[in-house]
Design a protein around this ligand. Structure first.
Ligand code: AMP
Ligand code: ZN
Length: 114
């Protein structure tokens, strides 16, 4: 069994505020929110970073992006707008090595990011 913290959330071994779940994806609120809405969307499959993805995972990653609007609607920010962030590697500040899409919104977001 993976010791990865997000795999443990996907297996319900550690608690999280789950927003959405289906057979291949789970979304839960970030414990250190950077905006009024800050939800993480992850594949249940353990993929460490974008660098380890394969052609076979193209559909999975695409479906996550297509589902993001549904999850944004569940959080009430589909009309106001939102940002999806996928950190990869040291300069991005990636801390958890299980691919996760940050869904951010609920306030006007600055650009460029810091
Ligand atoms: P990143 O820097 O892109 O790797 O983002 C990791 C994110 O995971 C951070 O925003 C953390 O606040 C969040 N995080 C870490 N542990 C947990 C947890 N147990 N439940 C929810 N969010 C978490
Ligand atoms: Zn994992």
């Amino acid at each position: 069994m993976s010791e990865c913290i997000f795999c443990k959330i996907a297996r319900k071994e550690i608690p999280a505020k789950i927003v959405y779940e289906d057979e291949e994806v789970i979304a839960f609120d970030d414990i250190r929110p950077q905006a009024p809405v800050h939800t993480l969307i992850i594949p249940k499959e353990h993929i460490p970073t974008l660098k380890e993805t394969t052609d076979e995972q193209t559909g999975l990653l695409g479906r996550i992006l297509v589902k993001a609007k549904t999850i944004a609607a569940l959080k009430g920010i589909d009309q106001s707008g939102f940002r999806i962030v996928l950190n990869t590697g040291p300069d991005s500040g990636q801390e958890v090595f299980h691919i996760h899409f940050h869904l951010l919104g609920g306030r006007r977001l600055g650009w460029p990011p810091g």
